[in-house]
Design a protein around this ligand. Structure first.
Ligand SMILES: NC(=O)c1ccc[n+]([C@@H]2O[C@H](COP(=O)([O-])OP(=O)(O)OC[C@H]3O[C@@H](n4cnc5c(N)ncnc54)[C@H](OP(=O)(O)O)[C@@H]3O)[C@@H](O)[C@H]2O)c1
Length: 319
């Protein structure tokens, strides 16, 4: 089968011909129809997350995907052959990712989450949901922004950002978002009430203009610590400043006036279930900036993808 993988940490991901993996006990084999990239994929390939778990090589990359169960191992009760499934396919040990024609995954992934794909969701849509969508929902929930409260999203045009703007709007949160001039209108359509044009004006000044009384929360997905530090004073007492990109330094993390966190995605099965509900209801949809064939995955991972509007998610069509 065709798969995108590495032989060792530090390799550049490449198209390979690999044997089809067979499911072991507690695992399902899935014919992948669509997958989607995340910054996590390159972090895994680089070895930056080597201490987090066990990895086996050759390692097929890819966390997010959707497809159909083609075989099940002993003891699997959650799924049957023929079921459509999607999620974050993060088994332990990790060897068989979603950037492949066939993948195996624990029916209850040790580090990820797997769910039945609702009939309403095509595989390309389902594959674009898991990691970014779950992260946005988790961060918004933990920040506890009240209905009618104000949130700033720094980096609203990518995976997590496009979901965060929608998730906040669904909770009645007034969202200010950063975007480029080309994408500002689309970010408003996702639910932002104000857009700060990237690079046009220092963010702290823009925020003082748009929310002179302060904001209830800031969600950063970009990771520029000088920016998060410059904005902390704009958060109201007891409010929240979170980053999904390790954008908070130790000083900010020790701040006692506001709640701060370098947020790491938690409670994945619950979040995938909530995401499924919201996506099925049409409350949240993935923004798919580009769709490429599987063999173009190395280019997608390198960020070498032309998008005309919002970057959102890059989807890989596998079959
Ligand atoms: N902690 C966790 O559990 C967790 C989970 C998921 C993701 N993450 C992390 O969260 C971050 C975002 O993930 P993602 O999937 O959303 O990545 P992404 O799809 O690459 O999106 C990042 C977005 O930020 C924009 N951006 C870059 N520099 C900017 C700047 N200076 N000002 C405003 N916007 C800027 C990018 O726009 P352009 O592409 O146009 O430059 C892009 O749209 C990554 O660091 C990822 O590793 C963490």
């Amino acid at each position: 089968m065709r798969a995108i993988g590495i032989e060792r940490f530090g390799d550049t991901p490449q198209l390979k011909e690999l044997p089809v993996p067979e499911p072991g006990g507690g695992q399902v084999q899935v014919a992948i129809e669509a997958a989607a990239t995340n910054p996590l994929d390159l972090a895994i390939a680089s070895g930056a997350l080597a201490a987090l778990g066990e990895y086996r090589f050759p390692l097929t990359l890819g966390m997010d995907g959707a497809g159909t169960v083609t075989a099940i191992g002993d003891g699997v009760t959650e799924f049957r052959v023929g079921d459509r499934v999607f999620g974050q396919f993060w088994s332990q040990p990790l060897q068989f990712g979603t950037f492949a024609e066939v993948c195996t995954v624990q029916a209850v992934p040790a580090f990820g989450a797997l769910a039945a794909t609702p009939d309403e969701l095509p595989s390309e849509v389902a594959a674009a949901l898991p990691t970014s969508g779950m992260t946005a929902l988790g961060a918004i929930e933990h920040m506890r922004v009240p209905e009618g409260g104000t949130l700033l999203v720094i980096g609203a045009t990518g995976g997590v950002g496009t979901f965060a703007v929608q998730a906040a709007a669904a909770r009645g949160i007034r969202t200010i978002a950063t975007a480029s001039a080309q994408t500002a209108e689309q970010v408003r359509e996702l639910g932002a009430i104000e857009v700060v044009l990237r690079g046009a004006e220092p963010l702290d000044l823009a925020l003082r203009r748009l929310a002179p009384e302060g904001v209830d929360a800031i969600l950063d997905v970009v990771g520029d610590r000088s920016v998060t530090t410059s904005l902390a004073d704009a958060v109201l007492d007891g409010g929240a400043l979170f980053s999904t990109a390790f954008g908070l330094d130790d000083q900010l993390l020790a701040n006692e006036r506001i709640r701060t966190a370098n947020y790491r995605l938690d409670r994945k099965p619950d979040r995938l279930a909530e995401l499924t509900r919201l996506a099925t209801a049409g409350t949240i949809r993935p923004v798919i900036g580009a769709t490429l064939p599987l063999e173009e995955t190395p280019r997608a991972l390198a960020g070498d993808v032309e998008v005309t509007g919002l970057r959102g998610k890059t989807v890989l069509k596998v079959r």
